[in-house]
Structures are given as C-alpha cells and as structure tokens.
Design a protein around this ligand. Structure first.
Ligand SMILES: Nc1ncnc2c1ncn2[C@@H]1O[C@H](COP(=O)(O)OP(=O)(O)OP(=O)(O)O)[C@@H](O)[C@H]1O
Ligand SMILES: [Mg+2]
Length: 271
C-alpha cells in the first residue's frame, strides 16, 4: 500500500477553485447554507458528510450543472455561478467529472463511451479532428490506467458496477482536465480496486498538477489522498483541515463522524 505523497500545495498562490458563501435551496429545503472553501492548484480536497448532506449538490454546483441559490464559485478567478450555458462550456472544458453513478451510454461500447468524452465532450472543438489512431491509442492508455485493458468492445451491460465506475473515471480523465471532480469514486469497490483508484487520483494529480475534489465516505481512502478534508454537516462546513487536524479534532460531530459511532450529537434520521 502506497503512503500518502506529501502535499505539493503552496498556500500563497491563488486558488484554482474558490467557493464563497455558497447556498443552495430546493423546495424550501436549505441544502447548502454558506459553504466556503478554497482549493489550490494541485490540491486534493476530500468532502465527506452524511448521506443527503449535500456533497453531490456541491459537486454539481462546481461542475456548473446546477445553479446555486447564492454565493460565488470562482474558477481561475472567474465566478461561474452567473454564467449562461454557452459560456459555461468554456469552463467545463477545464473539468472532468466522475459521477456518483457512472452515467455511461448503454447503447455504446466502452471505446465509444470514452471516445465520446474526447471528441464530443467539453473539448470537442480542439479534439474533433483527432486522428482515429490517436483516439484508439488514447482510449487504450486510459483503460490501462484504470486497470481494464482491452475491454473496448464490451457494452456497459456486460460490466460489473465497479468496472462501469472505472470506465466513467477513464472518460472523465480522457480530456486531460485541469480539475477533476470525483463523486464517490471508490464506494462499492473492493479494497484492492479502491486503493488502485486512489493511486490513479494521486498519479493524475502528480502528472498534470490536477486540482481535485473527491467526495468520499471511505476514511482509509481519504487519509491516503487528501491534502485537506471538509466535513459538510447540516449545510455548513463543520471542519476544514489537514488529515491530521481532522483526526485530532475534539469536535464531537467530527469525531463521531470519522469513527462512525452511533452515539453522539449526530442524529441520523431513519425513514
Ligand atoms: N433537484 C433536487 N430536487 C429536490 N431535492 C434535491 C435535489 N437535489 C438535491 N436534493 C436534496 O438535497 C439533499 C442533498 O442531496 P445530495 O445528493 O447532494 O446528498 P449527498 O451528500 O451527495 O448524499 P449521498 O451520500 O447519499 O450521495 C437531499 O436531501 C436531496 O434529496
Ligand atoms: Mg451524493
């Protein structure tokens, strides 16, 4: 098992992503109630929180897929929250998104699904004339990187859930994004595959100084990859700190969460 590589983050440089006082309400329910966090170039921010805490909502706001009710999301200093759809495409070209439930096209095979991310995705303008041979090589490299070499011709329906997840990961990385948003990339995977995904997140960061936001419940994985950890609780940031700071925190909410204790201030609603 690899040890966490030391952070390359320089706190004095401008953030790649700067989320300021983000609010999101839907159907009268306040999901995010003033979330602020800066993610610097090359940093890996892990976001954790109870199911329903708003982690996916936060990721979807950063990806420009939904509009926050108020607040700012600065990407390279530009607030993307007010941008219209046609301008958002330019910002999305910097991002790769790994959705919580791998959203593959069922009618396309694995090759077509990943190639779609390259030639029809956010960087389609620069990639649409890519030579077929380059595309084939690129898809093969990506499948190799996610531990699934040679499955180009398979259909999503022929893959296990974890394999589908990894194809989704390959598709998100296909355009060499500057920012990658990973929504629970390892949940439901066996520990060995999960560790290999952690390695991939780290090597992606190391290769291009990619800035990452990783939503995860997996404490082992979080401690391996995070530069900073954010705990989202009741719409706000309960703690934002380094893995050491979080581990040492005496905040009862934080310690109940990271140790998965039943008794404590966190009341899980049972439906
Ligand atoms: N478009 C929407 N319409 C109605 N409710 C929504 C919408 N989007 C999110 N919600 C609600 O917002 C809350 C947060 O959802 P979200 O998916 O962000 O949680 P999460 O932290 O990602 O949870 P999980 O760990 O289960 O993935 C939930 O209560 C959900 O029902
Ligand atoms: Mg979610």
């Amino acid at each position: 098992m690899a040890f966490r590589t030391p952070s390359l983050v320089d706190e004095t440089i401008a953030p790649k992503i700067d989320i300021r006082d983000l609010h999101f309400a839907v159907e009268g329910q306040q999901i995010l109630a003033g979330v602020s966090v800066a993610v610097r170039p090359g940093e890996i921010l892990c976001v954790m929180g109870l199911s329903g805490a708003g982690k996916s909502t936060l990721t979807r706001c950063v990806a420009g897929l939904i509009k926050p009710t108020s607040g700012q999301i600065l990407v390279d200093g530009e607030d993307i929250a007010p941008l219209p759809e046609n301008e958002l495409a330019r910002v999305r070209a910097k991002m790769g998104v790994v959705f919580q439930y791998a959203a593959l096209f069922d009618s396309m095979n694995v090759f077509e699904n990943i190639a779609f991310g390259i030639t029809r995705g956010p960087r389609r303008e620069e990639n649409k004339r890519m030579a077929r041979i380059t595309l084939i090589r690129r898809v093969a490299e990506l499948l190799h990187a996610v531990g699934l070499p040679g499955i180009e011709k398979k259909l999503p329906s022929e893959l296990s859930g974890g394999m589908r997840r990894r194809v989704g990961l390959a598709r998100a990385l296909a355009t060499d994004p500057e920012i990658v948003l990973y929504d629970e990339p390892t949940s439901g995977l066996d520990p060995v595959t999960a560790a290999s995904i952690d390695e991939l997140i780290l090597s992606t960061r190391d290769r291009n100084r990619v800035t990452s936001i990783v939503v995860s419940h997996d404490m082992g994985s979080i401690y391996r990859i995070a530069d900073k950890i954010l705990l989202l609780y009741e719409g706000h940031v309960q703690i934002l700190g380094t893995p050491d700071e979080v581990r040492r925190s005496e905040d009862p909410v934080v310690s109940q969460f990271i140790h998965g204790e039943i008794n404590g201030p966190i009341q899980v609603r049972r439906r």
